[in-house]
Design a protein around this ligand. Sequence first.
Ligand code: ADP
Ligand code: MG
Length: 257
Amino acid sequence: MPNGKGGTAIRNSATFAPPASATDYAIVVRDLSRTYGEGITAVIALRKAGFRASPGKLVAITGRSGSGKTTLLNLIGGLDTPTSGTILLGGRDISRLTERERTFLRRRQVAFIFQAFALMPTLSALENVVLALHIAGFPARARGPRAREVLELVGLGKRLDHRPYEMSGGEQERAAIARALATSAPLILADEPTGELDTATGHEIIELLSNLAHDQGVTVLVATHDPAMVAAADHTFSMIDGVLSAVEGRDIRATEP
Ligand SMILES: Nc1ncnc2c1ncn2[C@@H]1O[C@H](COP(=O)(O)OP(=O)(O)O)[C@@H](O)[C@H]1O
Ligand SMILES: [Mg+2]
């Protein structure tokens, strides 16, 4: 298994084969910088960030609005390219991929849970997950069973045919998590996943993400303001004006040795 943990149904080793030189880390970020714009209007959103995350860990990145959390997640997920620096996922350098390679990365190796869930409003929970599998290139016959499997895993077995407006905020979040899980990506990036939820529902989502990391071996990287999420995380980093530093943690450091 790519993440060294578990051989459970949710994993799919075919999706991620680290090269022989792979480190044992799911994520290695070195000297990562991102500047938006040029000249006097330039915004340095990320300044030489560095950290490492082991497989099967829940890692939190905290920081005020505008501190650079989303910028970091977007770079790691291949939605954006760095101004300088390196990102290794499972030992593979993804910082300078072609557009085509980045598209493949986004489809199969990284899954996003966006702040606003980004579910298709006219599609049911089941159809939303099936669509993600379709986009990721899963064979047609496998999509329905796989979508049911992950929706049941997140506790939505009885909401398969509900559209987003027929679900609570927590249920929509679960649907978004199911969609992220469906393609068996070894890495899940979640941008403020409990930001819109009440405390009790937030706790359920934290437990779900924590279980995914610890039981399924998925690496979960979360940008969050939520102290309860930080409390559940294995490692926490804080971001202040684009500068990342470790808050705690033994096997992850703020800077590469
Ligand atoms: N596409 C963009 N163009 C210009 N500036 C941006 C862009 N995206 C983010 N920024 C700026 O970069 C900084 C970090 O933003 P962001 O990563 O979204 O922070 P956070 O997620 O912590 O709220 C902010 O000052 C923001 O205004
Ligand atoms: Mg953000």
